[in-house]
Design a protein around this ligand. Structure first.
Ligand code: SF4
Length: 305
């Protein structure tokens, strides 16, 4: 049951587990095929040195140690009792299935970890890896997080994504055929995209009835190709009010059942060139909620499916 204008993932977790469930980010030490298997190659134009925005993770520590540290902090801060291990950094299926299985086992052995979220790319999921993920799905509360960013191949080429939309569809349908919950990552404000292109991505996510979605805002991080493009004026970054309107437009077009896992982004303060206004995440979320209230609208209101 939805209490606000959209389906918040945190609310869903509370209803399902009878209490709040907190995600703890993990860096399992993988790289990314789009960086040629090395963390030193550039990859996507926005990819920071830490791989898709993972920050605050105790790099080099064991998975168990990272989760225990995160658990302690969250118990202190929020009196948290239940946790999801979130394999966030880089591409978390970029290893042989036996290696992945050992990582997931290590995470699930940590007290109070009640599930897994595994973030990856659509082109890094072979049959044996899907077999493993399906076993995880039957064993625990499991989410596969698929990075897509945009449904438009022109954009995917421009951001050097290294896969096309067809590759995403193959991975998505293979995951759904195995019964997996899939959360899709998209970015608003990608170079070359206007409102119509972004909202076409929302409509397509509605058609696919994705289980979850993370809506990110394009961040320019120091040291990336995007930073160079930003400095030479090749890309324009969304203004605050523009983003708020777009985020609401986007959610209005999603399927009513999709769980919203993220509605904005929070890039690392010390590396974030633009937009600096995004650092005040709560202010942005409040403005998004206020826009829904003013419009009297809600998730799915303009969903065509
Ligand atoms: S897929 Fe993720 S980790 Fe790989 S290059 Fe792109 S943003 Fe970086």
């Amino acid at each position: 049951m939805r209490s606000g204008p959209y389906n918040l993932f945190s609310e869903h977790l509370k209803q399902r587990f009878g209490q709040r469930v907190h995600k703890i980010s993990v860096d399992a030490g993988f790289s990314c095929p789009n960086r040629g298997g090395s963390r030193n190659n550039p990859g996507c134009i926005f990819c920071g040195g830490e791989g898709s925005g993972a920050t605050g993770i105790a790099r080099g520590a064991s998975i168990r140690a990272q989760l225990e540290d995160g658990r302690e902090v969250m118990i202190r801060k929020y009196k948290a009792k239940r946790f999801l291990a979130y394999f966030q950094s880089y591409t978390n299926t970029f290893a042989p299935p036996e290696t992945l299985a050992a990582c997931f086992d290590e995470a699930l052995a940590v007290p109070d970890v009640i599930g897994l979220a595994v973030a990856t790319r659509p082109d890094c999921l072979g049959e044996a890896t899907f077999d493993l993920l399906e076993r995880c799905h039957h064993r625990t509360y499991f989410w596969l997080e698929l990075g897509l960013q945009s449904i438009h191949d022109r954009t995917l080429r421009l951001i050097r994504r290294g896969h096309d939309y067809a590759a995403f569809l193959r991975a998505f349908h293979a995951a759904k055929a195995r019964g997996l919950r899939v959360c899709v990552h998209v970015i608003l404000g990608l170079p070359g995209e206007g409102r119509e292109e972004m909202l076409a991505t929302a409509a397509e996510m509605a058609r696919l009835q994705v289980d979850g979605i993370k809506i990110h805002l394009l961040h320019v991080l120091e040291g990336t190709e995007l930073a160079r493009m930003y400095r030479t004026g090749e890309v324009r970054i969304l203004e605050r009010d523009e983003y708020i309107r777009l985020a609401v437009d986007f959610v209005e077009r999603l399927h009513p059942a999709t769980l919203i896992q993220r509605l904005t982004g929070d890039g690392p303060r010390e590396l974030l060139l633009a937009p600096r206004w995004s650092l005040d995440k709560w202010e942005i979320l409040n403005a998004i909620n206020e826009t829904f209230r003013r419009r009297g609208s809600y998730q799915g209101q303009l969903c065509g499916f």
